[in-house]
Design a protein around this ligand. Structure first.
Ligand code: FAS
Ligand code: PHB
Length: 390
């Protein structure tokens, strides 16, 4: 098989790039290790920056997002029950975010690939990139007993944190930066009306909590839990009771509980791999970077990688200009690290750290006092949350 751009990973990063390039006549093949059903069963991000939403529209996948997604112009921060609103619209100069689940946007991307007869190969096993430093790289994968070879011009590593692409970069070339947080998030999805029309990020001495949503009939809630916890340790009743303890009384009283239709614990880490290019391999999304979800930057950081790669590949194929490809890693990392900073700041400010000292907790309180006493601080938060420019 031969194509122009071989994309490893059929998550949002790989599908978005494949769709955007296809619309410009650039041939791609996406290799996905799992089935489509498996990919669509994962419950992940919920908040889209306006830049991500714009990319969905450019990829001709934004119609359902614009119909079913919710525009949010602010969110709340509760600090031991004292709740204040962050006015994103006012402090970002009129911008907002779209609340629309990653599961749904991934479904929209798959359906768009189907409409264009895009090539997405599922259950591709033992995917392996080869000859990345040559001008004739190729990728192999196993289908049953058969080894299939795909010759291409470029390989895109959009295969997430546990993928094969980053590991294909020699250890003496790759530099990894990692910070592991001493807690995780226990998340619950329930077919209940959301407790609040806008998200509520709650700081509490018992631990962080977040009230989010997917629609007016589908709620998403999280509580910070110790890394030693297992999801089996948490009954639905225990989850709801703990969530209520961490929310302001006026919110907890309104909480509509129900059976969890998904319940899982995600560890929190900050991670960046540099460089994001090795020969004709380009890393994008979680393959190259991970953030704690507190700042809702995970999926949104993937968006700017895809935006940069899309334009760089267009410039290459349409104008023979490789400056975008040559500058990709530095440009993508510049924005990735700003998302890392914001995610670290939100996480550090709002979570309860088991080994914190009194001075740390006073600083957390001061961060919140300063935030709500300074328009400059709220402008800084807002510009990061709605999305820094690509
Ligand atoms: P993905 O991991 O989504 O996709 C990579 C794809 O590559 C997967 O489908 C995988 O099956 C495939 N793959 C892996 N190895 C392969 C191989 N060797 N060969 C072929 N295919 C391979 N972000 C937020 O903004 N908010 C959140 O609340 C949030 N919650 C999260 C919870 C969890 C448990 C996780 C893991 C992530 C969460 N994220 C969240 C971040 C998440 O949304 C990612 O940023 C987003 O999925 C990134 O998309 P991709 O880069 O496409 O990577
Ligand atoms: C979610 O709805 O899953 C979500 C929203 C905002 C975050 C993290 C997760 O910061």
């Amino acid at each position: 098989m031969k194509t122009q751009v071989c994309i490893i990973g059929g998550g949002p990063s790989g599908l978005m790039l494949s769709q955007l390039l296809h619309l410009k006549g650039i041939a791609t093949i996406v290799l996905e290790r799992q089935s489509r059903e498996y990919v669509l069963a994962r419950i992940r991000a919920g908040v889209l920056e306006h830049g991500f939403a714009a990319l969905m529209r450019e990829a001709q996948c934004g119609e359902r997002m614009d119909r079913e997604g919710e525009i949010h112009e602010g969110f709340f921060i509760s600090n031991h029950g004292d709740m204040k609103r962050v006015d994103l619209h006012k402090y970002s100069g009129g911008s907002s975010v779209v609340v629309y689940g990653q599961t749904e946007l991934t479904r929209d991307l798959y359906e768009a690939r189907d409409r264009l007869q895009g090539v997405v190969i599922h259950n591709a096993e033992d995917v392996m990139p080869h000859d990345l430093k040559s001008d004739k790289p190729y990728v192999t994968y196993r289908s049953g007993d058969e080894i299939v070879r795909i010759d291409c011009d470029y390989v895109i590593g959009a295969d997430g944190f546990h993928g094969v692409s980053r590991k294909s970069i020699p250890k003496n070339v790759l530099k990894e930066y990692e910070k592991v947080y001493p807690f995780g998030w226990l998340g619950v999805l329930s077919r209940t009306q959301p407790v609040s029309p806008e998200l509520v990020y709650a700081r509490h001495e018992r631990g962080f909590a977040l009230c989010s949503l997917r629609s007016q009939v589908l709620s998403r809630y999280y509580i910070q839990v110790p890394l030693s916890d297992n999801v089996e340790d948490w009954s639905d009743d225990a989850f709801w009771a703990e969530l209520k303890r961490r929310l302001p009384t006026e919110v907890a009283e309104k909480l509509i509980t129900g059976a969890s239709i998904e319940k899982s614990i995600a560890p929190l880490r900050s991670f960046v791999a540099e460089p994001m290019r090795y020969g004709n391999l380009f890393l994008a999304g979680d393959a190259a970077h991970i953030v704690p979800p507190t700042g809702a930057r995970g999926l949104n950081s993937a968006a700017s990688d895809i935006y940069y790669l899309y334009h760089a590949l267009l410039d290459h194929y349409q104008r023979g200009d490789d400056s975008g490809l040559d500058g990709y890693s530095a440009k993508a990392l510049a924005r990735v690290w700003k998302a890392q900073r914001f995610s670290w700041w939100m996480t550090t400010m709002l979570h309860t750290f088991p080994d914190s000292i009194e001075y740390d907790r006073k600083l957390q309180q001061t961060e919140l006092d300063y935030l709500f006493s300074s328009e400059a601080a709220q402008r800084s938060l807002a510009e990061n949350y709605v999305g820094l420019p690509f």
